[in-house]
Write a protein that binds this ligand. Structure first.
Ligand SMILES: Cc1cc2nc3c(=O)[nH]c(=O)nc-3n(C[C@H](O)[C@H](O)[C@H](O)COP(=O)(O)OP(=O)(O)OC[C@H]3O[C@@H](n4cnc5c(N)ncnc54)[C@H](O)[C@@H]3O)c2cc1C
Length: 445
């Protein structure tokens, strides 16, 4: 394909009908869909893609711990419900997720020999257990779609000149009739996502919601004791409180040497970052018996005290189930309070280590009850933006048509993927959203 045009000045400019900036999930899907759509229309169409890394799909390759949780099983409605907790974001993504669904994505992968398997928790992974197979499949699809790649090329600026977009890299100038911006979010900046696309969208007139952390670990002012690092709690409710506001998420929690991670912490991190932004700090608590109300747990403790007066309270805590065996971690967890945590609970509740149920005064039982329902985990120091699997914030959704992903501000500009102001949960929802919005953007332009 030769799409070099020579300007009057003689400088080489590469003209494309469609130019995609960003070779991640969204950008690759957009370029492939654009080619399929152009073929259908019978119109000549040159498609170029610019990616600053030497190869596309850097984030796909590291996703899911290198195994790539490529999507989630279920209907599009179920994906929207489970994966996108903020209603306006789910509403925005609805059309894209129905237009290019998880089944469409899996069929596309299958067409390149990538078989997938569903996990019991609904996550979908390639059978190969290797994220690179997904990235390679998309690279091949790009090649077969005769999309002209420009790798190791970082876009510096984009201007709208008359009917054309003029896109400048370090050593080239590109022009295009339509432009698809798919430059991702701002976390894991070493993968190439340093927010260039947000600056470009702003320079073209778009409103940007300030990026903030999401699906990120929570670092506490006082890290958990070293003896608890690596410990996991199943099915608890993690609560964050600041400035009279409280947010909460149910799931498994992992103690780390700097604070907390695991599904509950990652999922809550976006809300925590927002609370931190407003109040400067944020206190964390765990409801260790999230499945029971305070009244139910109180009855349970009372029953235990009557039934097993000679049992040591700490023995009960070590063996009493707090959650079903099925959890959201890949590692084996048991659904009880880990033995290493029990002394901390006893101490916080003001209980002697060897106290038995019959030796437990009523007020001590009350103290144990409130500790179990509200175990303090410390105050958050930081929710590191760069360590999030994604970033929240981005191009304001109200300025993008959800049916076409076309900008409402700049004609012939399309925006897709994590660059947009939505954030999905862990479980394959973010890659699916990037593929779906990318696909729709490519088809529409
Ligand atoms: C460690 C980690 C694990 C993850 N695991 C999962 C998972 O298992 N499942 C899931 O669903 N999601 C996962 N995610 C999230 C998911 O990978 C992203 O949401 C998704 O890849 C976003 O796709 P995108 O195409 O919008 O952006 P990206 O994949 O980030 O692609 C944007 C591309 O644009 C390029 N670019 C940026 N600026 C320029 C420029 N100026 N010029 C040229 N190119 C530019 C970048 O180099 C990048 O390649 C994970 C993320 C991380 C960081």
């Amino acid at each position: 394909m030769n799409n070099i045009e020579t300007t009057a000045e003689g400088a080489g400019q590469l003209h494309s009908t469609i130019l995609v900036i960003g070779g991640g999930a969204a950008g690759m899907a957009a370029a492939i869909a654009a080619r399929r759509s152009a073929k259908g229309s019978g119109q000549p169409c040159s498609i170029n893609i610019i990616e600053r890394n030497a190869r596309p799909g850097a984030k796909i390759r590291i996703s899911g711990g290198g195994k790539c949780n490529v999507t989630h099983q279920g209907t599009p409605a179920e994906l929207l419900e489970q994966g996108f907790l903020r209603r306006n974001e789910a509403r925005f993504l609805r059309h894209a997720l129905y237009s290019f669904s998880n089944s469409d994505l899996l069929e596309l992968l299958r067409s390149r020999g990538v078989e997938t398997e569903d996990r019991p928790d609904g996550k979908v992974f390639p059978v190969s257990g290797d994220a690179a197979t997904v990235a390679r499949a998309f690279e091949e699809l790009l090649r077969d779609s005769k999309v002209q790649p420009h790798y190791s090329s970082r876009v510096r600026s984009v201007e709208r000149r008359g009917e054309l977009f003029v896109v400048t890299t370090a050593d080239k100038v590109f022009t295009a009739d339509s432009l698809i911006l798919a430059t991702g979010g701002v976390s894991y900046s070493k993968t190439g996502t340093t927010g260039d696309g947000l600056a470009i969208a702003r320079s073209l007139g778009h409103t940007i919601t300030k990026p903030s952390a999401a699906l990120a670990p929570l670092f506490t002012i006082k890290p958990p004791p070293a003896s608890l690092s690596g410990l996991a709690l199943r099915g608890i409710s993690l609560v964050a409180i600041a400035g009279g506001k409280s947010v909460e998420r149910r799931g498994d929690l992992l103690f780390t040497h700097r604070g907390f991670s695991g599904p509950a912490a990652l999922s809550l991190s976006r809300d925590v970052a927002e609370l931190m932004g407003a109040s400067g700090t944020c206190a964390l608590f765990a409801d260790l018996f999230a499945q029971q109300s305070s009244a139910e747990l109180e009855s349970e403790l009372l029953r235990q005290a009557r039934k097993s007066g000679t049992q040591m309270v700490r023995k009960f805590l070590q063996s009493c189930p707090i959650a079903p065996q099925k959890g959201s971690f890949g590692v084996a967890l048991n659904g009880t309070i880990p033995t290493a945590l029990v002394p901390f609970i006893m101490r916080y509740a003001g209980l002697e280590n060897d106290v038995t149920w019959s030796g437990l005064a009523r007020e001590k039982r009350q103290s144990l009850l409130s500790t179990l329902k509200r175990f303090p985990l410390g105050s958050v120091r930081d929710v590191p933006l760069d360590q999030g699997e994604i970033s929240a914030g981005g191009v304001s959704l109200s300025e993008v048509n959800p049916k076409t992903l076309c900008s409402r501000v700049v004609p012939h500009l399309f925006l897709c993927g994590e660059l947009l102001d939505y954030a999905g949960e862990i479980g394959g929802f973010n890659l699916q959203a990037a593929f779906s919005t990318g696909w729709v953007a490519g088809e529409s332009c």
